[in-house]
Structures are given as structure tokens and as C-alpha cells.
Write a protein that binds this ligand. Sequence first.
Ligand code: SIN
Length: 280
Amino acid sequence: MKISRITPAIGARVTDVHLGEASRDPELFAQIKSALLKHKVLFFRGQEITRADHEAFARCFGELEDHPVLNSDPEHPGLALIYRSESRHSYENAYHSDGLWRPNPSMGAVLRCIECPEIGGDTIWVNMVQAYEELPEDIQQKILKLRARSSIEQSFGAVMTDEARRKLNQDNPPAEHPVVRTHPETGEKILYVGSFTTHFVNHNTPENIRHGIDKTPGASLLLNYLLSRATIPEYQVRWSWQPGDIAVWDNRSTQHYAVNDYWPAPRKMERAGIVGDVPY
Ligand code: SIN
């Protein structure tokens, strides 16, 4: 197996390995896991694997999630089918960590390209450890104890009827997480707000607030500033898909953005989301 970095910040291409075999070979899998912790997203071209192989490889990282909105194949409920062809709308063209609205957001994901446009439809990943490390020190200090709420309604609910959106929110209540989380395996600090984040829950303390007017503008300016850090190209890698490609990412230390520039060409991706732990 060969591993070559793609940018100084994030991402490596892995060759000479078959992920079906890796799912049956604990030593090989351990090498892939260790490369993932180091590079945060790994890319494998031309993987001729079945849905069963896809699920089996993803299960080596942990249990698979189901998803309340995305469809899945009943025989492979752990694979969310992200098929875009009928309309220009997509949920994925915003910087996000998958499942930030869950009490235990995804640990990672294994995404397989089934069909993609000839040009366009790339995905961007961002190193959110670097995004935290390069914040000005006073901002790092200010946000260290902050917590933020994230909601599924913010993204998946936006195109539903009011009734369906309220039901979605009732079934999947918003979750609260630290704005700076610690990676449970590497100890790295991570800037942990994304497009599911709606607001800080403990910002309006006497240290931050002098007058009522400070509350909403102060807090939302800070949140928007933090959200904007994911857009910095120096923290990113961009992958141009071919059918048979697989990307595996650490969802705790990264965000991603699927570029929605290809409609009406179809794009079909299948994603295994891996259950994560409660962030601290
Ligand atoms: C996702 O947002 O998890 C899917 C990314 C993609 O379709 O490229």
C-alpha cells in the first residue's frame, strides 16, 4: 500500500490496496486507520467493490448510522443513497460535519462514487484542527468554554412542509456541543461549528455582554467569523470524482462541502456513516 499526501494541510491518496481485502485483514485495516488519523481524509481510486464490501469496510471503524432523511437500500440500511438528479437542490453544498445535530455526531464516513458528472461535482474537505490552531490567541481563549446548538432542521428541514419540519425536529431534537472539541484519539483541539450550528448557548454572560444589543449581534458575528474559517483554501483539499472512487474521512477533525455545480447531470454517491462518540 502506498500513501501520498495531496496538500500540505490535509488529504492523502492511497494506492495498491483493495478495501474489500482490507476489511478482512486487521493489520492492513490498522495501517489505513492510522493514515486516516494523520491525513484526515483518504482517497482510493478505482475500487471495484460491492455494497456488502463497502459496508464491511466501514464497519471495521464502528457501527453504522441510519439517517432520518436520506434513503437507503433496505438490504444495506447502513448505506445512505445520496442521489442527485431530479432537481438542482442539494443538502451537501455547505461546510459541515455529518450529523452535528446528533448527540453523538458521526465518527467518520466512507463515501463511494457510483456515477458522477464528467466535470464538476467535486467535494472539498477542510482541516478543522488547523482552523483552530491558526485562530488569533484571544479568539481561541474566548471560545474555549463556549457551547453551541446544532439542528437537523437548519439543513434537511428547510425544504419540508412546516408540519414535516416540526416532526423531523421533534424526532431528532437539537444537540449541544463544545465549540472547541478534543479529538478522542489524537488529543488535537478542533474548531467544531458548521452549517448545522444555529447559536451559542452560553455566550450571554456578564463578561461578554454590557447591554442587550451586545447579545445577538456580538454572538452571531463571532459565530459567522468561526464558520467562515472553513472556507480558507490553505486548510483544504478538493477531490475530483471518478466512478469507483472512495473517500474515507475523519468527521471529527474535518468538514466537507460537495460542490453543486453539475445539474442537470446526475451524481450518485453512497455513504456509510460511522457512529461517533459524545464530543468533549
Ligand atoms: C456528504 O455531505 O456527506 C456527501 C458529500 C458528497 O456527496 O460529496
